[in-house]
Design a protein around this ligand. Structure first.
Ligand SMILES: Cc1cc2nc3c(=O)[nH]c(=O)nc-3n(C[C@H](O)[C@H](O)[C@H](O)COP(=O)(O)O)c2cc1C
Length: 401
């Protein structure tokens, strides 16, 4: 059996054991317009989490724009969010936002480490709110993967030298994620506690900036995930070794953030639900961790995968990460978001209607088509016209497309 098939079948077995269902790919990823059963939710059913009601189950997945100077939001961020708010999404989660300057992936990442960042973000959240979407933000620390050039720089992905505005990346251990660049520095325990505090301060600033949903980035090999994954964490103190130690940073961050959030503000955590590599973080680990943080006041797990190692062989395809959202939802009893190659209206609707996830997050398809939710509405809810902004609606109403 080749490597790819080995991992696919191992994953299929792991998912079947956890969820009692088949793995990605075996279930049709799209369906024709379904006849809804009494009380069955669909893509356009509102979702209430704590004191926040989303107008539908479509969320813009956090996507780095690499377009900030010194962490500040600008007209690009306004345009990016404005288009998707007017386009009809229920929740917009702003990109991985650095809680400290050295928590950014690139020097051009968005930041929220000082109060001066708040007014420009407020401009974005005010517009999003005025157009019926809920503004959310992903709080992040890039850890070992920080200090790199943005993807549209000629030296994309390479480390930014210190003299050009780069910094020494930090992580659970001083092990390089990839060759080249500075040798990373292992965080001391007081420094870890300092970062936990920075998550909480960033969450407070986010609320002041008008964000109503907070997501913590514990995925894709960045700092949070790097503590959780045995592939990245080789510490021997209370933050490394057994599962209980590897989730300590997660639990402390969640507790610190929840403590400063208003009761009505939902708290989401993005996991890499599997490392896709033998000996790495697994779906079973994700279920256990989800149960723990649910008890600490987390409301929804945003279910992504991968990023701990460059050697993973990922069976990418439509719905390929949905089984993780389904497994965690069922076994940890917590709401989940599904993400990854969800592009069709019927596909997204089926994920909600079949109870596989509570929210569908979309990335690239919403970049291609900010008005995707309106097109999906026409496909799924053809009895009524989509709720288009009045500035456009009067002109488009008669065409019904
Ligand atoms: C341009 C771009 C930037 C991204 N930035 C982030 C990010 O800031 N945080 C994050 O968790 N995921 C990030 N992702 C991953 C997306 O949120 C999403 O999980 C992924 O693209 C799969 O969804 P899709 O198939 O709908 O695009 C990014 C993806 C893209 C395409």
């Amino acid at each position: 059996m080749n490597r790819r098939l080995f991992f696919q079948s191992a994953i299929a077995a792991s998912i079947a054991a956890t969820t009692g269902t088949s793995a990605a790919g075996e279930r049709p990823s799209s369906a024709t317009r379904r006849v809804r059963r009494e009380g069955e939710a669909g893509l356009f059913s509102p979702l209430k989490i704590r004191g926040v009601t989303l107008r539908n189950r479509i969320a813009m997945s956090p996507m780095c724009q690499y377009s900030s100077e010194d962490g500040f939001a600008n007209d690009w961020h306004l345009a990016h969010h404005a288009a998707r708010a007017v386009g009809g999404a229920g929740l917009l989660i702003a990109e991985a936002t650095g809680i400290v300057p050295e928590g950014r992936i690139t020097p051009n990442c968005l930041g929220i480490w000082k109060d001066e960042h708040i007014p420009a973000l407020r401009r974005v959240t005010d517009f999003v709110t005025a157009h019926g979407a809920v503004p959310g933000i992903q709080l992040a620390h890039a850890g070992l993967k920080g200090s790199r050039h943005r993807p549209f720089h000629p030296e994309r992905g390479k480390y930014v030298p210190i003299e050009d505005g780069g910094w020494v990346p930090v992580g659970p251990t001083g092990k390089r994620y990839r060759s080249g660049g500075p040798v990373p520095r292992e965080l001391s325990v007081p420094e870890i506690r300092g970062i936990v505090g920075s998550f909480a301060e960033a969450a407070q600033r986010s609320i002041e900036a008008g964000f109503r949903v907070i997501e913590l980035h514990f995925a894709h090999g960045y700092l949070g995930h790097s503590f959780m994954s045995p592939l990245m964490n080789e510490r021997t103190d209370e933050y490394g070794g057994p599962f209980e130690n590897r989730v300590r940073f997660l639990l402390e961050s969640v507790r610190a953030v929840r403590a400063v959030l208003p009761e009505e503000a939902p708290l989401l955590v993005r996991f890499s639900c599997t490392d896709w590599v033998e000996g790495g973080w697994t779906l079973e680990d994700s279920v256990k961790a989800a149960r723990l943080i649910k008890d600490e006041g987390v409301d929804l797990i945003d279910c992504s995968t991968g990023g701990a190692t460059r050697n993973a062989d990922i069976p990418v395809g439509p719905d390929y990460q949905v089984p993780f959202a389904e497994g965690i939802r069922k076994d940890a009893g917590i709401a989940t978001g599904a993400v990854g190659l969800i592009t069709e209206a019927a596909q997204a609707d089926a994920i909600i209607a079949d109870g596989r996830a509570d929210l569908v997050l979309m990335g690239r398809e919403l970049l291609r088509e900010p008005h995707w939710p309106h097109r999906a509405w026409v496909e799924l809810e053809s009895d009524t016209p989509p709720p288009i902004a009045r500035e456009y609606a009067w002109a488009l109403r008669e065409t019904r497309r």
